[in-house]
Design a protein around this ligand. Structure first.
Ligand code: NAD
Length: 476
């Protein structure tokens, strides 16, 4: 049975309660897990606060070295961790390997920033005094993670937090705790001191983290409704919050685009991880002259994505993570079809005995989806893509921005003026121009509108795990 990681303890829930983690491809039990609650969060927060007193005071270059060694050790375990991620989440082994590697690389990337925190010297009017602005770690940080990318989204929070000298109470999604435990255990085996990252498990631990008085900052990745609840609760103790929430990323393809490149990017953007991605291509707007050729290419690519158990090497798309999640996407699809949309590819569940016990779904492409359909107005968190023909860039930009969300966006065109205009006008935290939708370590990532605020990745994320303090030195 898996246990929580609280300082040196590998512990069950204080209540003794447990729950089962099941494989979305087979329904089999993968492991039994402690169902933690407020008492466990309290223990973890105390442990993190204690560890903060030493971790935050370590010379920054030592912190950097410890994190590098720990990340290298974790990276040596990718082949052990990846199958566990596939079993609990459903994604293919290739996707799990990529994700586990990204966890270790992310820790390494932020480790390099650990000793590069700078302050300022400020002249003051009274020349017998001067000012400094220093940056200090915040304290104990709460990291709350969803189930779609359990490892990368944990690393996005843990890596900058601990590199800057903070300590962490981490809560994975209740359905995907196992690979995360292995990653954190590997960091500890590789030299990360106990107590710097503590892992609590179970649905009830999220609210307890947000409410805990010792925790000074919350970083959440999750749905927009969860983000609103977390923000309201965090206001009671005035915690800082970073919210990475839902999205419905538009992609505009103009007539002059490289259609082969666009088709590849859109296919990865919509179908990677069985479409369960925050940054993704969720609404596609294609100019009339490119429409037929692009659709042909997209359908050809979708046809190659054989659904299957992520552990089978010929599977190209795992199952959806839960029955509820699949039902939601199917309901959104049905709504579109009931309103007159045409399914161009997929639209159902794959058939055959290997699909009977899992939450499998076909990669799906739909056209003529009318205005107001749920596929346009809601986030579609699965492998179903609505496509619409547009006359020109004006229409594309108007439709792209007609959403409550503002996470990512893309445009494919050979016209630099059109690309530049899209970059200026698309209301999103990220715009890819003629480029595949991948979040880079080097660039700050985060949404606008109801996709949240605050940044992950980049120097910007690192600085958000520090606080500025002004200092006046007198009598000099
Ligand atoms: P979710 O909001 O249901 O849960 C996310 C996490 O928050 C889980 O660990 C959950 O237990 C916890 N949680 C739920 N209610 C809470 C509360 N009241 N207080 C504290 N914690 C609480 O999301 P999900 O279904 O696990 O993930 C899918 C959603 O996440 C989608 O909307 C997707 O777009 C979004 N997402 C966003 C990003 C991004 O970077 N913007 C990345 C991945 C996923």
């Amino acid at each position: 049975m898996a246990t929580m990681i609280i300082e040196g303890d590998r512990t069950k829930a204080a209540s003794g309660k447990t729950y089962e983690v099941r494989n979305p491809a087979t329904g089999e039990v993968v492991d039994e897990v402690p169902a933690g609650g407020p008492a466990d969060v309290d223990k973890a927060a105390q442990a993190a606060a204690k560890a903060f007193t030493t971790w935050s005071k370590l010379p920054a270059n030592q912190r950097r070295e410890i994190l590098h060694k720990a990340s290298q050790h974790m990276l040596s375990k990718v082949e052990e961790i990846a199958p566990v991620l596939t079993k609990e989440q459903g994604k293919t082994l290739l996707e799990s390997r990529l994700e586990a590697r990204r966890f270790g690389e992310n820790i390494g990337w932020f480790a390099d920033l650990a000793d590069k925190i700078h302050g300022q010297y400020v002249r003051l009017p009274d020349l017998t005094t001067y000012g400094l602005v220093v940056r200090r770690p915040i304290g104990v940080c709460g990291a709350i993670v969803p189930w779609n990318f359990p490892l990368t989204l944990a690393a996005n929070k843990v890596a900058p937090a601990i590199a800057a000298g903070n300590t962490v109470v981490l809560k994975p999604a209740s359905t995907t705790p196992l690979a995360t435990l292995l990653c954190i255990e590997a960091l500890i085996e590789g030299g990360l001191p106990e107590g710097v990252v503590n892992v609590v498990l179970g649905q009830a631990t999220g609210e307890a983290i947000v409410a805990h008085p010792l925790i000074r900052k919350i970083a959440l990745t999750g749905s927009t409704p969860t983000g609103k609840r977390v923000m309201a609760k965090a206001s009671e103790t005035l915690k800082k919050v970073t919210l990475e929430l839902g999205g419905s990323d538009p992609c505009i393809v103009l007539d002059d685009a490289d259609l082969e490149g666009a088709a590849r990017a859109i296919s990865v953007g919509r179908f990677f991880n069985c479409g369960q991605q925050c940054l993704s291509t969720k609404r596609l707007y294609v100019q009339e002259g490119a429409y037929d050729a692009l659709m042909e290419k997209l359908v050809a690519r979708a046809a190659k994505l054989k659904p299957g158990n992520g552990l089978d090497k010929d599977s190209r798309m795992g199952p959806m993570h839960t029955e509820t999640q699949r039902a939601e996407v199917e309901a959104q699809l049905k709504d579109a079809v009931d309103r007159g949309a045409k399914v161009v590819f997929g639209g159902g569940r794959p058939t055959g005995s290997e699909y009977e016990r899992g939450w499998f779904i076909e990669p799906t492409i739909v056209e003529n989806v009318p205005d107001g359909a749920r596929m346009w107005t809601e986030e579609v968190f699965g492998p179903a893509l609505p496509v619409r023909k547009i006359k020109d860039l004006d229409e594309g930009l108007r439709l792209a921005n007609d959403t409550q969300f503002g996470l990512g966006s893309s445009i494919w065109t050979a016209n630099m003026a059109a690309a530049h205009r899209a970059v200026q006008e698309l209301e999103a935290g990220y715009t890819w121009v003629n480029s595949i939708v991948i979040a880079h370590d080097e660039l700050p990532f985060g949404g606008t509108k109801q996709s949240g605020f605050g940044k992950e990745h980049g120097v910007e994320a690192f600085l958000q795990y520090t606080e500025e303090k002004s200092v006046v030195y007198g009598g000099v």
